[in-house]
Design a protein around this ligand. Structure first.
Ligand SMILES: NC(=O)c1ccc[n+]([C@@H]2O[C@H](COP(=O)([O-])OP(=O)(O)OC[C@H]3O[C@@H](n4cnc5c(N)ncnc54)[C@H](OP(=O)(O)O)[C@@H]3O)[C@@H](O)[C@H]2O)c1
Length: 316
């Protein structure tokens, strides 16, 4: 019989990294690997998961708290037989910092024409390209949560004008913010659109033709740029390819896709001015994840409230 204080680990991350992190964590608890089919999970109260096996909840019917291995929980909320227990998402400075690094890198790459210069280098062309300053460019961030707010602050430090959009209006120093109602105005002022939204019924397919057409044309970069590190399900890739082809968009940086891995034959791979990364904008540091899980279990067992709880009605 499994110990009641055990933690089930069902993380489809690199196994070596998980094993190394397990070796340093949960010193006073038993760790049960769901990948071990013989392992008895029947008494376990906690599980930390990323894309878990379909029978996890049948094997572990006494779970009391579920921990997501990442900030997004769409992979958890869509699970069959999901029990009605608290779900805690992963929020940690390591994850937040990595995402902001990626977002700032992409904004600077389009500002300083990195794709065009790489092409010129490949062709051995010595030609200087126009060079607007960050303060001439407005970055609009859709999703002003933990990741969006940190990215906004760091983009401000680099000198960009920054706008933010979220369901409920936020207050953030130096950043003009809009709520759901203000989408039109937000888009009409945005030169570089950054998507940091969770995937929910309200955000599925939100980045589509109609939205791209409302972005500001003729800003300092000439044409708007689209950057997405939220979830691929929020972008309509047929519309995105079309917008890039027809010049409604001047460029894109994409970390997430409707289908992952992005199929080898997808035209996005070869498009000029499109930067593709393999859902790697901000990977989970598994050691930090386990520290966060230990902290939350400590709170739970001491009778304190769990932090970063998922709201099942909004889906994030
Ligand atoms: N590519 C990667 O490597 C990677 C890594 C980590 C996370 N992610 C993705 O990034 C997402 C955001 O993470 P986070 O920690 O910042 O999440 P968060 O703190 O929950 O913030 C989500 C933000 O999106 C807004 N939002 C949600 N639904 C909306 C809607 N229908 N209309 C307008 N705004 C909406 C929320 O508005 P309110 O503020 O009003 O609630 C909030 O500002 C995750 O869900 C995940 O999908 C990707």
């Amino acid at each position: 019989m499994a110990a009641a204080n055990a933690v089930v680990v069902d993380l489809k991350f690199e196994r070596r990294e998980v094993d190394r992190a397990v070796g340093e964590a949960f010193r006073d608890r038993m760790v049960l690997h769901a990948s071990d089919r013989e392992c008895d999970l029947s008494d376990a109260r906690y599980a930390v998961v990323w894309k878990p096996g379909p029978d996890l909840f049948r094997r572990a019917p006494k779970l009391e708290v579920l921990f997501s291995g990442g900030a997004g929980v769409d992979h958890v909320l869509s699970l069959p037989d999901l029990p009605d227990i608290p779900i805690v998402r992963f929020v940690d400075p390591s994850l937040t910092t990595r995402m902001s690094e990626w977002v700032v890198l992409q904004c600077l790459s389009h500002l300083r024409q990195v794709p065009a210069y790489l092409r010129q280098q490949r062709d051995r062309v010595w030609r200087e390209l126009p060079q607007p300053e960050a303060r001439e460019v407005t970055v609009g961030i859709m999703g002003l949560g933990v990741l969006g707010q940190d990215s906004a602050t760091k983009l401000r430090m680099m000198g960009f004008n920054v706008l933010g959009w979220s369901r409920r209006k936020k207050m953030l120093a130096g950043v003009e913010t809009y709520d759901a109602e203000g989408l039109d105005k937000f888009l009409s002022r945005t030169d570089v659109l950054v998507g940091l939204l969770p995937l929910t019924d309200g955000t599925r397919g939100i980045f589509n033709n109609a939205l791209f057409a409302r972005l500001r044309q003729g800003g300092a970069l000439g044409k708007p740029v689209f950057i997405n590190a939220g979830r691929g399900g929020s972008q309509v890739e047929a519309d995105l390819r079309e917008a890039l082809r027809t010049g409604i968009l001047g460029g894109a940086s994409l970390d997430v896709f409707e289908q992952e891995p992005l199929p080898a034959g997808d035209p996005l791979w070869g498009m000029d001015n499109v930067i593709v990364t393999p859902h790697a904008a901000s990977a989970t540091d598994v050691r930090a994840l386990f520290r966060h899980v230990e902290r939350q279990i400590g709170r739970y067992e001491a009778g304190d409230s769990l932090e970063n709880l998922v709201d099942r009605t909004t889906g994030y």
